[in-house]
Design a protein around this ligand. Sequence first.
Ligand code: NAD
Ligand code: AKB
Length: 322
Amino acid sequence: MKRILITGSLGQIGSELAVALRARYGADNVVATDIRSQGPESVTGSGPFEKLDTRDGEALSALISRYRIDTVYHLAALLSATAEANPQKAWDINMGGLWTVLEAARAAGCAVFVPSSIAAFGPGTPRDNTPQDTIQRPTSMYGVTKVSGELLLDYYHLRFGLDTRGVRFPGLISNMTPPGGGTTDYAVDIYYEAVRHDSYSCFLSAGTYLDMMYMPDAIKAAIGVMEADPARLVHRNAFNIASMSVCPEDIAAAIRKFQPNFSLRYDVDPVRQAIADSWPHSIDDSVARAEWGWKPDFGLEAMTRDMLTALGKRLGTKAVLS
Ligand code: NAD
Ligand code: AKB
């Protein structure tokens, strides 16, 4: 049985990953941690929870030893828009935290999952059907930390034999915990505002195509890559994974199938637009499919139905589902 520690577990991914890992491996075998202690009760109250700043190596090693951890899911990071607003802090948290995690894992012999992102690509990367192995010269600080992280994971595997794995997540869409300062956050906000007000003002422009994914598929990928047979893995980390490439109008059209009066306007934020314009339109995930059997379950329509139903129930507004 695995003994898992999650960093940044109160964020958008962690709050659902912690619940999924506890259901799979047993609540007491999954230690959720975060720099803050206020968060969803489903994480803080359903198994061990510890306050941890990932840059504190001694505290991390002590937890790894106390709970006999063999696998770390390292999620703590600043996302693209927040990182661009404070690049020095982003480097400190994203790289300082990752370094600490890798060193603690090396000392204890833990396997490590670290998510990269479509942000690891840049304007020089082929934008359509972006290959697994290609040019990576990102222009955002977030992207710089993601490429550096991918390289460090490879290095720790080659140099120290550490079992380091990861995927490049697209923009993630979920109905539980709001996203934390990303460029793709519009694709979550649009559903909340559709349910609340039947309208949305989008901070990315019409025609901005980016890869997105529904959270259940992202959780499936995070668990799937860590359970993959190592003998089949040619790539160790940063697998491209994909399920849909969409622009704001595509999501609006999908919402209108259920709420015909939904209206979409634009109020473009130049900083986030510039970041989005430097990322691929769509990525090729054939390597993940071949090496560990990756396959998403949700497309745009199924995700939209699920999002509107869940948010309608929770926010007390009934989305009109036909
Ligand atoms: P999030 O911002 O929602 O959550 C991050 C969590 O980390 C927060 O709960 C925060 O309190 C915590 N944290 C911040 N600094 C910390 C520190 N020094 N020590 C400990 N905890 C700290 O982020 P998320 O969306 O859950 O993303 C998790 C990981 O997945 C990140 O590496 C992110 O780059 C990556 N990712 C996310 C997406 C997405 O769309 N959500 C897409 C691609 C990659
Ligand atoms: C962001 O927009 O910063 C994240 C990501 C794609 O990494 N959602």
